[in-house]
Design a protein around this ligand. Structure first.
Ligand SMILES: NC(=O)c1ccc[n+]([C@@H]2O[C@H](COP(=O)([O-])OP(=O)(O)OC[C@H]3O[C@@H](n4cnc5c(N)ncnc54)[C@H](O)[C@@H]3O)[C@@H](O)[C@H]2O)c1
Ligand SMILES: [Zn+2]
Length: 305
């Protein structure tokens, strides 16, 4: 795949890069029928729910979105103010999103006992809302908040109520300012600077001074080692890997696919557009469909569940 690096340092696949297709939807069903599938999902399973991806043709990176980096969040009070002001509005949009066909398909495979693990790079919680029970959230979840200083974990709802109370009238002014604007995949929306400047932050209720952060892995931050180990262990026991709706540009997801290929574990990738692993796949063993996830998964579920 051809990759290019943007000004903000993020890696983007060329959307028009040609993709070599390997196999067909029947081959995906045949792999899944063997059971013990490690499912790895990305932003592409949630685009149907109205949450944009980063690197698809209409992805947030192509419209100039610059996600918050870990270093800025932890070192800059102004950066945290901007994040939480914009995130308060964005989160309400993400929370309102409903699971779609792809999330329901993955939940059906899990219920039928065909999965070894469901691993997602998404932070929207939609797999669980669709009924999946045991999901490894590789990059965490927007629905939880953690204290960087005392490590307390809080549900987002509780935190949002405190933020709302500390900023009377903000939600209404922000909603009026962002009419027609879309939410970014990390729960961020563009807001006028003056609204952001006046935004009051709240501290951790446990240690009373701590900096609160959404429980998501920011750009520039590593996935917690215990979480990586959980996926590595599941991969060792998996009979195949099924990638759904991910460009695999981010190393934290790509590395599992690369490890599977090296171990000779068959990989099936269903993604509209190129992925970083396309050149790694082995014809005759691996499957690559350059198409929408939903109809392929619905076909697999109809045959096997
Ligand atoms: N919903 C979310 O929680 C969300 C959304 C965007 C990004 N992220 C973050 O982005 C990073 C990982 O990137 P990624 O690989 O998941 O996203 P990505 O944007 O890099 O790739 C998504 C891919 O899905 C494809 N796609 C879009 N809709 C599709 C569909 N219906 N069927 C098939 N393919 C479709 C796109 O063309 C693109 O290639 C992670 O860090 C993750 O935390 C999360
Ligand atoms: Zn604290």
């Amino acid at each position: 795949m051809t990759l290019k690096t943007t000004l903000s340092g993020t890696v983007l696949p060329e959307v028009d890069a040609p993709v070599t297709q390997l196999g067909c939807a029947d081959d995906v069903a045949a792999l899944v029928a063997r059971g013990d599938v490690l499912v790895l999902t990305g932003a592409g399973v949630s685009t149907g729910s109205g949450i944009p991806d980063y690197r698809g043709p209409r992805g947030a990176f192509r419209t100039g979105h610059v996600p918050m980096r870990y270093e800025e969040f932890t070192t800059s009070p102004a950066g945290r103010r901007r994040y939480w002001a914009r995130g308060l509005v964005g989160w309400h949009r993400i929370q309102a999103a409903q699971p779609g066909e792809a999330h329901r398909g993955v939940a059906a495979l899990e219920r039928a006992g065909l999965t070894r693990a469901v691993v997602t790079q998404n932070v929207d919680g939609l797999h669980q809302e669709a009924g999946a029970r045991d999901v490894v959230e590789l990059h965490g979840a927007l629905g939880r908040v953690v204290c960087l200083d005392c490590t307390a974990a809080l549900p987002r709802q509780h935190f949002d109520r405190r933020l709302d109370a500390a900023n009377p009238g903000f939600a209404e002014r922000a909603a009026a300012a962002m009419v027609g604007l879309r939410v970014n995949p990390d729960g961020d929306v563009e807001l006028p600077e003056d609204l952001v400047d006046g935004f009051a932050l709240v501290d951790c209720p446990v240690c009373e001074t701590g900096r609160l952060k959404p429980d998501v892995v920011f750009f520039g931050e590593a996935v917690p080692p215990a979480r990586v180990r959980r996926v590595t262990d599941a991969l060792a026991a998996a009979s195949s890997v099924l990638v759904l709706g991910s460009s695999l540009s981010v190393m934290s997801g790509y590395r599992f696919v690369r490890a599977a290929v090296r171990a000779g574990t068959p990989v099936a990738i269903v993604n509209a557009g190129p992925t970083r692993a396309d050149d790694d796949l082995v014809p005759g063993r691996d499957v690559r469909l350059d198409t929408a996830v939903e109809p392929v998964l619905a076909g697999v579920v109809a045959r096997l569940v």
